[in-house]
Design a protein around this ligand. Structure first.
Ligand code: DMJ
Length: 622
């Protein structure tokens, strides 16, 4: 500011105006003193008072630093503001350039890469939400649902297959409607006496048929029935029971059924219930070795083994048939305990010596030693082998341990148990301490399908051989049906005493609507497309209609060799879960539950392959 403009304010008000030269020396001196004090005060104010412009802008305009710096107008012409604005403009320019480069990069990416980026981003968000305690009401982490391909199918092109498939659906409708009418909420139906039936395998858990049938209803597109079943599960399925259950049966039917229903429909209630039940089964593993008990009280968590099992042993087909479900339980719950428990079972088995490379059916959970040396690929052993192979397939072929255990076991079975009858039928015998019993169970007939399923993963020089073996077993099992009066197969059949593929004992002549032979037809059809498998399946449909169908559903028969067999009055839940499902798939195209995306648990509940490259998320990669 010019100094002269200050002078009037420093002049004495009552004095007449006079020239500065007329001031006396003292007056001049005082004037100079006042003037220099004023100058000093002004400098002090500039250096020591707070920045008033900032204070004012803060109080009156609430402007941010950036707004202040980027505003245009007269004040911005001072040099400090100009410097700030320059920096801000430079930053904006840089941000824009960065965004342009990113956009260019994105446009240059292939669609799959963009989709993968989206998947990764979503996963990050999902993980963050878990990290922040993003749990649902039941303490389950958020899991994004992706329906695997082929959950439902379409009509086959040729009319005969279409009609046969429709016939199977009609059978399902009769079985389901009858259960609904006469036994709703019970575990199973007594179709002759038209009432509910409860097996002690499930303690006092109810609704086995409902849970076992859920996925069959879904894949047959019986959605109204599926919804009624879902509603029942939501409102009535209760695991807080003070009762002893079979860990194996509850796992394969209830946990497996709920998991499949979840993966097919995406309904959270099924995931919740599956995990809840899985947690209730965990105390079964409280043994010195971690080999689980066969029986468990769901309330007390106290376990024990079947009293008839050799020396208090656990059963191979029971403790060895938890793997698929438990791996999925860990995936869906975020709790690694399920997977750890089943991986430990393998550890125990791999430490043990195996007679001739075979796995005996009995293992003591306390000592970790084999019980009686009894080896079967049928009852007591069967699904253990199935789960080794399927664990490898379900892991998208990454579970090398499961793979090795399966192919090694199959080799030992071939060497020690598989024989050919004098009439040319290949069968799988039973092994008791080194001696063979030339008998094959209906249950053993699943092995045709299993061996076919594993054939392409075998060392290349063995693939063809294994397919032939599978086909031979399918033929033998078909023969056990063909040689009866009803064209239904017996529970067990022999290759000794001059007979082939025929039951010789009264207690082996029954048929309880079991699926294993049809299961093998279904796999053989998928891998060979040989029409004879569909024909054999159709023979079974006709026999079921003729001998098992009653007004109140479908019943097992007591003697398959009798031309008018009596009924056992039980419609097994696995008839709806397995037998009818495999028949339906036999008459469906291969893209309905395709085998490279799904594996069936031992109760025919489809579980998705856990894809290593995350393409198990078809919604995102299609
Ligand atoms: C089913 O519950 C399962 O397939 C199990 O593995 C043994 N067999 C019955 C049906 O026969």
């Amino acid at each position: 500011m010019p100094v002269a403009t200050l002078l009037p304010f420093t002049a004495t008000p009552n004095r007449k105006s006079a020239s500065p030269t007329s001031f006396r020396l003292t007056e001049k001196f005082i004037l100079l003193l006042v003037f220099s004090a004023f100058i000093t005060l002004c400098f002090g104010a500039i250096f020591f008072l707070p920045d008033s412009s900032k204070l004012l802008s803060g109080v009156f305009f609430h402007s941010s630093a950036v707004e202040t710096n980027t505003r245009t107008g007269p004040d911005s012409s001072d040099s400090g503001s100009a410097g700030n604005d320059e920096r801000v403009l430079a930053k904006i320019r840089k941000d824009h350039e960065k965004a342009l480069i990113e956009a260019k990069d994105t446009l240059q990416k292939r669609p799959e890469e963009i989709k993968q980026d989206i998947i990764n981003e979503k996963e990050k968000v999902a993980k963050e939400s878990v990290g922040q305690g993003g749990k649902d009401g039941n303490n389950l982490p958020f899991v994004e649902y992706h329906r695997p391909p082929g959950a439902t199918g379409h009509e086959p092109l040729d009319s005969e297959t279409r009609d046969r498939r429709a016939k199977v659906k009609e059978m399902m409708k009769h079985a389901w409607d009858s259960y609904r009418r006469y036994a709703w909420g019970s575990n199973e139906l007594r179709p002759v006496s038209k009432q509910g039936h409860s097996s002690n395998l499930f303690g006092s858990i109810k609704g086995a048929t409902i849970v076992d049938a859920l996925d069959t209803l879904y894949i047959m597109e019986m959605f109204e029935d599926f919804d009624a079943a879902t509603d029942w599960v939501e409102k009535n399925l209760d695991f807080s029971v003070n009762a002893e259950v079979s860990v194996f049966e509850v796992n394969i039917r209830f946990v497996g059924g709920l998991l499949s229903a979840y993966y097919l429909s995406g309904k959270e209630v099924f995931r919740r219930k599956a995990v809840e039940l899985g947690e209730k089964l965990l105390p079964a593993f409280k043994t010195p070795t971690g080999i689980p008990w066969g029986l468990l009280n769901l309330k007390s968590g106290i376990g024990r083994n079947w009293p008839w099992a050799s020396g208090g042993s656990s059963i191979l087909a029971e403790y060895g048939t938890l793997h698929l479900e438990f791996m999925h339980l860990s995936k869906l719950s975020g709790n690694p305990e399920f997977a750890q428990k089943v991986m430990n079972i393998r550890k125990v088995l791999n430490r043990l010596d195996k007679p001739q490379g075979l796995y005996p059916n009995y293992l003591n959970p306390n000592s970790g030693q084999w019980g009686q040396h009894h080896v079967t690929v049928g009852g007591l052993g069967d699904s253990f082998y199935e789960y080794l192979l399927k664990a490898w397939l379900m892991s998208d072929r990454t579970d090398e341990e499961g793979k090795k255990m399966y192919y090694d076991a199959l080799q030992a079975i071939e060497t020690n148990l598989i024989r050919k009858s004098s009439g040319g039928f290949t069968y799988i015998a039973e092994w008791k301490g080194g001696l063979l019993e030339h008998k094959m169970g209906h249950l053993t007939c699943f092995a045709g399908g299993m061996i076919a399923l594993g054939a392409d993963g075998a060392p290349s020089d063995k693939t063809g051989h294994q397919m032939e073996l599978a086909a031979e077993i399918a033929r033998t099992c078909h023969e056990s049906y063909a040689r009866t009066a009803t064209k239904l197969g017996p529970e067990g059949f022999r290759f000794d005493g001059g007979v082939e593929a025929i039951a010789t004992r009264q207690n082996e002549k029954y048929f309880i609507l079991r699926p294993e032979v049809i299961e093998t037809y279904m796999y053989m059809w998928r891998f060979t497309h040989d029409p004879k498998y569909r024909e054999w399946g159709w023979e079974a449909v006709q026999a079921l209609e003729q001998y098992c169908k009653v007004e109140g559903g479908y019943s097992g028969v007591r003697d398959v060799y009798a031309s008018s067999p009596s009924h056992d009055d039980v419609q097994q839940s696995f008839y709806l879960a397995e037998t009818l499902k495999y028949l339906y798939l036999l008459f469906s195209d291969d893209d309905h539950l395709p085998l490279d995306h799904w594996v069936f648990n031992t109760e025919a509940h489809p579980l998705p392959v856990i894809k290593k490259d995350k393409t198990d998320r078809p919604n995102e990669v299609e």
